[in-house]
Design a protein around this ligand. Structure first.
Ligand SMILES: Cc1cc2nc3c(=O)[nH]c(=O)nc-3n(C[C@H](O)[C@H](O)[C@H](O)COP(=O)(O)OP(=O)(O)OC[C@H]3O[C@@H](n4cnc5c(N)ncnc54)[C@H](O)[C@@H]3O)c2cc1C
Length: 589
């Protein structure tokens, strides 16, 4: 063999060996035992697997129902995020039960499947909510370690703030004091300008008391209009797979088993110790594996309660009536599902500089995708909006006096605007401004339940949107407020027509009931509650399942309340905190 050939062989071996060594496709390749078995590779499970396997004396297995996904262009290109759900290979493709307060519509309820979980299919907005939102967690758990001051270091620890790819000056677009630069998850401000940027900023200058500009909405003080921060690393989506980088996967004490759906957690012979996981690899027959220390569910706000209920952990009466032997009576499992609701308002505009033009021009779209592939620049480096607004009802609003304030406090938003320069779906003609509007402090809550003893059947998801009357008042007020934003002189001669076509209270309510959807931020289905409290809650503040041994939960389901924010930032921070809690339980760092 000549030198060239042997060098090539060496290179090939190097490329093939260390990177994929701990990704397992078959359960036949599992080690005999692991200290920790973690279920679900979304933000909760990926971050936790990484942090626990930092300790070389721990062995960790991460189990994920889906595949690797990471070579998909649609996942990696930020602007293509809206193509990832619903009804795709990357989605569990759930739907809700008919929503009573939304004209009985059945809504898509996407959840990501595969490495990255829902963070691989989400729309990348990075928001933490208000200080009051996170302090509410400390209040509800009676544990100050879940409050803002303790959690801010965990938000920062997970974050790798990076400068936008167009290298523009970002002074006044974020506050570096509140960001982490050495974590795993890429966060950046927009790397390409859009033609509506200046109109949005001008509106904050023309109407500063109603629409104040904020430099950074992730400081705990969230109110105002500002530049979006998005989960992007140098122009590429940053999902929780960032915590499973090749160098992390090269750790000899971490294995990741793909295409493996967990059906149940099983008790050991000694009562309430649940360290055994039951699963099917590639839809083959069920197998079990026992963790020598702990089993940790990170299957998300839908997957985690579903596994618990099928395991006999939930409301004992309901489980018995279904024919599932109850092992642990925890009536809150699957309850308190709280989610944001939103509706888009769309305007026809007097400009061709919108995304609609790109979508209708195949050669331009191809050129822009090629630009992203070759230089990671151009409009594809960003998510769907360059600006967000987090705003409140006026303090003298009759809605607040009639219903009370559903927000976590007087510095927490009731509603959010996302300013999109065009529609993300192809339309035959016209150019548009699209403003999805979310109620981010909803009072309504629903549930995840099961109606089958088959653990692989879909759960019943009922977010029960708008079940609390205050929620539609907030959305209606938010639509009217968005019109005041657009009526500012900054938009003169730009807006041609408001396509919402609803003015009176009844027209607006009917528009909302006919068009509103989930914003896909379910939390609290396995909520934390204080130690010693058994009337509500599923886990203690150390994330151990109440009444069980060896079983914890680390994902969005444990959040005791829903922040006025897109939720993944909170889940990364929860997982970082959880890793420290678990390490200290074993006297290690
Ligand atoms: C369309 C959409 C847009 C969104 N946009 C944003 C956004 O812009 N910004 C933001 O911050 N958040 C957004 N979110 C929400 C955010 O992505 C989630 O809050 C976050 O991913 C939750 O993390 P998690 O770890 O709790 O669960 P998930 O990310 O859902 O991860 C759970 C993992 O567990 C796996 N799993 C489930 N059941 C099993 C089982 N039985 N066996 C094995 N594995 C299992 C799943 O396949 C998945 O990989 C969006 C969500 C959706 C659906």
């Amino acid at each position: 063999m000549n030198i060239l050939k042997s060098n090539l062989l060496l290179l090939l071996l190097l490329l093939l060996s260390p990177i994929s060594c701990s990704i397992l496709h078959s359960s036949a390749d599992l080690a005999d035992s692991y200290d920790f078995i973690i279920v679900g590779a979304g933000p909760g499970g990926s971050a936790l697997s990484n942090r626990l396997s930092e300790n070389p004396s721990f062995s960790v297995l991460l189990i994920e129902a889906g595949g690797a996904n990471n070579d998909s262009l649609t996942i990696n290109v930020p602007l293509l995020c809206t193509k990832l759900t619903p009804n795709t290979q990357w989605d569990w493709n759930y739907t809700t039960t008919p929503q009573n307060h939304l004209n009985n519509r059945v809504l898509p309820f996407p959840r990501g499947i595969g490495l990255g979980g829902t963070s691989a299919v989400n729309c990348l907005v990075y928001t933490r909510g208000s200080k009051q939102n996170i302090d509410k967690w400390a209040e509800l758990t009676n544990d100050s370690s879940w409050g803002w001051d303790s959690m801010l270091p965990y938000f920062k620890k997970s974050e790798k703030f990076n400068f936008p790819v167009d290298k523009h000056n970002i002074t006044n677009q974020f506050n570096p004091l509140f960001h982490g630069f050495d974590g795993y998850i890429g966060v950046s401000v927009p790397g390409a300008s859009r033609s509506i940027d200046s109109r949005i900023i001008n509106t904050t200058q023309l109407l500063p008391s109603q629409f104040p500009f904020t430099v950074d909405m992730n400081t705990g003080d969230q109110l105002g209009v500002g530049w979006v921060q998005a989960l992007i690393d140098k122009g590429v989506r940053s999902s929780s797979v960032a915590y499973l980088s090749p160098s992390v996967l090269a750790r000899p004490n971490l294995d990741v088993l793909l295409q493996t759906q967990v059906s149940r957690v099983l008790p050991s012979s000694s009562g309430n110790t649940f360290t055994t996981v039951e699963f099917s690899n590639h839809n083959n027959s069920l197998q079990t594996l026992t963790a020598s220390k702990e089993l940790i569910l990170s299957a998300g706000s839908i997957g985690t309660p579903s596994i618990l209920l099928h395991s006999g952990i939930g409301n004992a009466t309901t489980l018995s009536s279904l024919g599932i032997p109850p092992l642990l009576n925890l009536p809150s499992v699957g309850q308190n599902l709280t989610d944001h609701i939103g509706v888009s308002t769309t305007y026809l505009v007097n400009s061709t500089h919108t995304y609609d033009t790109v979508l209708r021009n195949t050669s331009l779209s191809t050129h822009l995708l090629h630009q992203w592939l070759t230089t990671k620049t151009g409009i594809n480096v960003d998510t769907s909006e360059n600006h967000l607004a987090f705003l409140r009802l006026p303090s003298n609003s009759p809605v607040l006096s009639s219903f009370g304030d559903p927000a976590a406090g007087n510095e927490t938003a009731h509603f959010e605007f996302l300013f999109q320069n065009g529609l993300s779906q192809l339309t035959p003609s016209g150019n548009y401004l699209n403003i999805p509007i979310g109620n981010v402090s909803p009072k309504s809550s629903g549930s995840v339940t099961i109606n089958s003893t088959n653990p692989f059947s879909s759960p019943l998801i009922n977010p029960n949107l708008l079940s609390s009357p205050v929620d539609i008042h907030i959305l209606r007020h938010a639509i009217l407020t968005s019109r005041e934003f657009i009526n500012s002189p900054a938009w003169s001669r730009y807006i041609l027509q408001d396509l919402t076509n609803a003015s009176s209270v009844s027209e607006l309510d009917e528009f909302i009931r006919a068009n509103a959807v989930s914003f896909f931020h379910p939390v609290s289905t396995a909520s934390m509650s204080p130690y010693g409290v058994t009337e509500w809650g599923v886990v203690d503040p150390d994330l151990r399942v109440k009444g069980a041994k060896g079983l914890r939960i680390v994902d969005a389901s444990v959040a005791p309340s829903l922040p006025a924010a897109h939720t993944s930032a909170a889940v990364y921070a929860i997982a970082e905190h959880a890793a420290d809690i678990i390490k200290s339980a074993y006297h290690t760092k």
